[in-house]
Design a protein around this ligand. Structure first.
Ligand code: HEC
Ligand code: HEC
Length: 213
């Protein structure tokens, strides 16, 4: 956790930051998304304008996500397959933000967000990319040798994603906050791979390598 804590993106500070954002979040509950389905201001609060991401509230970049993956995650959050654990506030807030979207609204959001141009994020993780390259061999089977994903397996592209966000996802898969729900077949496929990463150093190393892809 040391390197991660140093970059201030540990769970506690995220939780605190998210708490300070939750005063705003209460407004989202009252916002009727159906009245303004393509108004993505609600999303932009946490994901940045045009989906570039907002590290301070833990919202990852959305620009560049595959449409099929985007849809799947919105459906997962809506159904409570992801983000329902009260202990993990950022996931909770995301879950609450999309809980009332209709299928149609999800389709519109997916069409809309898929048009945003991916922005290469600034690396924040420090790790040993050459050690990470060896570790990545186990990931390549599903996420592709160049990290561009595999739709048939439900594995999204990893190249160009926020490393701080991926760190957190790997920890969530390890702890079972993600990927344990009985209906989350894709997450269940991913979970053992996260668990095979022995410690935070290994996570940082593999992410340092992914940052080179
Ligand atoms: C209150 C803040 C907040 C709002 C509002 C919000 N999100 Fe999120 N979103 C998050 C956070 C935090 C995460 C990461 C959750 C995690 O760590 O598991 C996330 C994750 C996601 C993911 C998953 C990304 C991935 O790579 O798996 C998608 C897709 C997403 N949000 C889309 C949206 C859309 C579309 C909207 C607007 C309708 C929206 N979000 C509104 C905070 C928010
Ligand atoms: C057996 C196939 C498989 C292997 C091996 C695998 N993954 Fe995954 N991974 C997936 C799938 C499927 C998902 C999507 C899960 C979902 O839909 O929630 C995923 C999701 C992820 C995510 C979350 C992405 C996001 O936007 O939230 C990260 C990060 C990730 N994998 C990293 C890795 C790393 C690093 C490795 C190697 C150590 C690895 N994966 C190995 C199948 C795999």
């Amino acid at each position: 956790m040391k390197k991660f804590a140093k970059s201030r993106f540990n769970f506690l500070s995220l939780a605190l930051l998210a708490l300070s954002a939750s005063a705003n979040a209460q407004q989202y509950d009252l916002l009727d998304l159906s009245a303004q389905p393509l108004n993505n201001e609600v999303c932009a609060t946490c994901h940045g304008g045009a989906g570039v991401g907002n590290a301070s509230v833990g919202g990852p970049s959305l620009a560049g996500l595959e449409p099929w993956y985007l849809r799947k995650q919105l459906e997962n959050f809506r159904a409570g397959i992801r983000g329902t654990q009260k202990e993990y506030i950022p996931g909770n807030e995301m879950q609450a933000s999309v809980a009332r979207l209709s299928d149609e609204e999800i389709s519109e959001l997916v069409d809309h967000i898929s048009n945003w141009e991916a922005v290469a994020p600034k690396p924040r993780i420090e790790g040993d990319a050459s050690k990470g390259q060896a570790l990545y061999a186990a990931c390549a089977a599903c996420h592709g040798a160049s990290g561009d994903g595999n739709e048939a397996l439900g594995a999204p592209g990893l190249a160009g994603r926020n490393d701080w966000y991926m760190f957190r996802q790997l920890k969530l898969f390890q702890s079972g906050f993600r990927g344990k729900h009985p209906e989350d077949t894709a997450g269940q496929l991913m979970r053992p791979a996260a668990q095979a990463l022995e410690n935070d150093e290994a996570i940082n190393d593999v992410l340092a390598y992914i940052n080179t892809l």
